[in-house]
Write a protein that binds this ligand. Sequence first.
Ligand SMILES: Cc1ncc(COP(=O)(O)O)c(C=O)c1O
Length: 469
Amino acid sequence: MNNDLLLSMEKSIPGRGSQVIPALEAPAYPLPETFCRKAPPMLPELAETDVDRHYTALAQRAYGVNCGFYPLGSCTMKYNPAVNEAAARQPGFMGAHPLAPAHAVQGCHAVITELSAALCEIAGMDAFTLQPAAGAQGEFFGMLCVKRYHEARGESHRVRMLVPDSAHGTNPASAAIAGFTVVNVPSRADGLVDTDALRGLLDENTAGMMMTNPNTLGLFEKDILDISRMVHQAGGLMYYDGANLNAILGQARPGDMGFDVTHFNLHKTFSTPHGGGGPGSGPVGVKRALVPYLPTVASLGAKDGLQLKAFHGNFGIMVRALAYIKALGRDALSDVATHAVLNANYLMHRLTNAGYTPAIATRCMHEFVLTLEGIKAETGVSALDVAKSMIDYGMHPPTMYFPLIVHEALMFEPTETETRETLDHVADVMIAILAQTRTDPAAMHTAPHTAVIGRPDDVKAARTPVLHW
Ligand SMILES: Cc1ncc(COP(=O)(O)O)c(C=O)c1O
């Protein structure tokens, strides 16, 4: 077997090791028998050099924004300024104990208060909780807020949550877990919510509607004010999935579009390295009427109410977000959206000019979706084959097969932090790949040819992961 694929346990040689632990100088403290191991722990036995090489090889195999282009649509894989990392690692923040008395952690409290205020202003909301640990947890909590609001008004019969068919999968999942019945709202041929269909779906049992704007096709829902008005007139509340905030940051506010509840993904828009299931932060903002349903923080003495996550949430991410917001300031924050939209349109224009087909042929916001349905019919090369071929050119593939309403979808989100030269290089690579779909399609079915692992069974990896040796 390729040595690169071996686990450290498989490389282990009994008796091999490094004596790095100094001999005990203090008197030994005999542990009670019940706390002692019956057998020595099963640990890999390796020379220090081999341990070092093992982890260095693993680290080199990981791909991040700091390695190259990472256009994972809907994920906003933008550059995270290193200075924000330095801010989060200051000992006063990193070493703060969550149960420290308030007077000892005033700096941390200031971060929380200032960040909440900044998010309120950016969102057009009245209050924020920073507790949720991810966008999906924010959605779930937002749904609980909507539920409690209706219950408190004696309207528990409002159980229907409207979700567009273009929505991210976490939207219907969060609504369903919170106890709502998910109602699918179709999109029109132009990719936007079908407002006529929506009108027909609203009734006295409507609890609300979940939307992201721009939507997952990268298109701005220009009827949003009409949509909010219709849902409000039916007695429902509007939930904003803020995963796509990068497109409108500082330019438009969910609160002004008629949304009552929103979550933001701090790990996307506000500069925290993410991906691979790392820590996230999905603060939820609400309008005044929903403030009573925000979660409480037990460590601050709250006795009842909902606690979503231990203590205040993922604090390090809050420090990074506040550092990012303060470093950019109001004007540069809105430049983020302008440049993200410009970059996406530039790349889309180059790719469509070269022969790729956009899912919807119109200007996009911060991301765009291609459909490779025609290429597949003509050459047999699928969206997956094209995405895998990009790896051989040293770049991360875009999001594949999402949104579900587009066949053979590839969704590109270049973000504002890529230069024109990088975008031109990406376009040139995509043009070379397009040519290969006609000249050598067979080779593309087995791409990538340069990666240690090429085509894992991702369904099996997600459903039945083997996490132990
Ligand atoms: C549109 C959209 N909504 C919600 C989410 C969920 O966010 P998280 O991954 O932080 O749970 C995502 C994540 O990719 C997303 O793209």
